[in-house]
Unconditional design. Structure first.
Length: 314
């Protein structure tokens, strides 16, 4: 694996290897992450052309726990504002001896463009990690979601997973669906209003449902999504209040799922829109554990890409 651009196409063995490696970083305590020298002397550049709290920060923590040098490009103060192209920026950062780029961009495909460019200029030793591109993919979120599900539920083949809300604009949903299918989950349901579910829902191999009172019945895992207003253009949408009334996860809706169901959310959460506060703060929510697991999963991805983790093939 040279780059991590999507969960689509990753084999079950590769995903399992990433999750097992992440687990090894959490061995001592599943709340603490060890510091290791696996990326000592390497430079990791965080290039976030779109806002982020969790992903940018946990990548930085993960790279530092791997002993890498971390450079956070302040995009708003960079020369992209003066008209420099993305690939010219990359060429300059490669000249500064970048070993890895962690890229978030509002345009689907931007990390692919960078990976192709690096190949073209013969720099296959420089790695790209997609930290979220447009509505396309967010593979490390997908992988940390798989880590979280495995941590709480172990056997994917026994699970029914519901993904609720704005699936249409969600790169997280796509990354989760690909990974869940590869890991052999029993059933995936996507639940939301017709305007916020992808037309290709059935083709994705998932069950499509517009009524959460039906879709949530007997689910083991519920992944809530926020309305991604920044990716909507002219869509006819309900108000936040109407949306919460129909699709917001409340105690009454959660009671339809299995009693031991876990509630996940990639964040940021919008309380009173897609999720009630008592659920977000309740005992079935594992939302903040997802964030912590994200550090170890990102450490695993970076060390495996760099080929520095024990047992990594050259
Ligand atoms: N889950 C996620 O991508 O959150 P951020 O946008 O804060 O990084």
């Amino acid at each position: 694996l040279t780059h991590l651009l999507s969960t689509e196409g990753l084999s079950r063995e590769t995903i399992t290897r990433i999750l097992d490696t992440a687990q090894s970083f959490l061995e001592v305590s599943d709340r603490n992450v060890k510091k290791v020298p696996l990326l000592r002397g390497k430079s990791v550049f965080n290039l976030f052309f779109e806002n982020s709290t969790r992903t940018r920060t946990t990548f930085e923590i993960a790279a530092k726990r791997l002993s890498a040098d971390v450079i956070n490009l302040d995009v708003s103060r960079s020369s992209t504002a003066k008209g420099e192209t993305l690939l010219d920026t990359i060429d300059n950062l490669v000249s500064m001896h970048a070993d890895m780029f962690v890229v978030r961009h509002s345009e689907s495909g931007a990390p692919y463009l960078i990976a192709q460019h690096l190949h073209r200029i013969g720099r296959n030793d420089v790695h790209v990690v997609n930290a979220g591109d447009g509505r396309h993919a967010h593979p490390t979120q997908g992988l940390l979601d798989m880590y979280t599900i495995r941590h709480y539920k172990q056997d994917f083949s026994a699970l029914t997973v519901a993904i609720v809300g704005d699936v249409l604009h969600s790169r997280v949903a796509r990354s989760d669906i690909h990974a869940l299918k590869t890991l052999g989950v029993r059933e995936i349901r996507i639940i939301g209003p017709q305007t916020l579910l992808p037309a290709e829902g059935e083709r994705l191999g998932v069950h499509v449902c517009h009524d959460p009172r039906k879709g949530l019945v007997d689910c083991d895992v519920i992944i809530m999504l926020r309305l991604q207003n920044e990716r909507m253009s002219g869509a006819l949408l309900p108000s936040a209040r109407e949306y919460f009334h129909c699709y917001g996860l409340t105690p009454a809706l959660l009671a339809l799922a299995r009693p031991d169901a876990i509630v996940m959310h990639p964040g940021p959460i919008n309380r009173g829109v897609e999720i009630a506060s008592e659920i977000a703060d309740g005992k079935q929510a594992v939302i903040l554990r997802q964030v912590t697991f994200g550090i170890a999963v990102r450490m695993a991805v970076m060390s495996l890409l760099a080929g520095t983790h024990a047992g990594t093939q050259a």
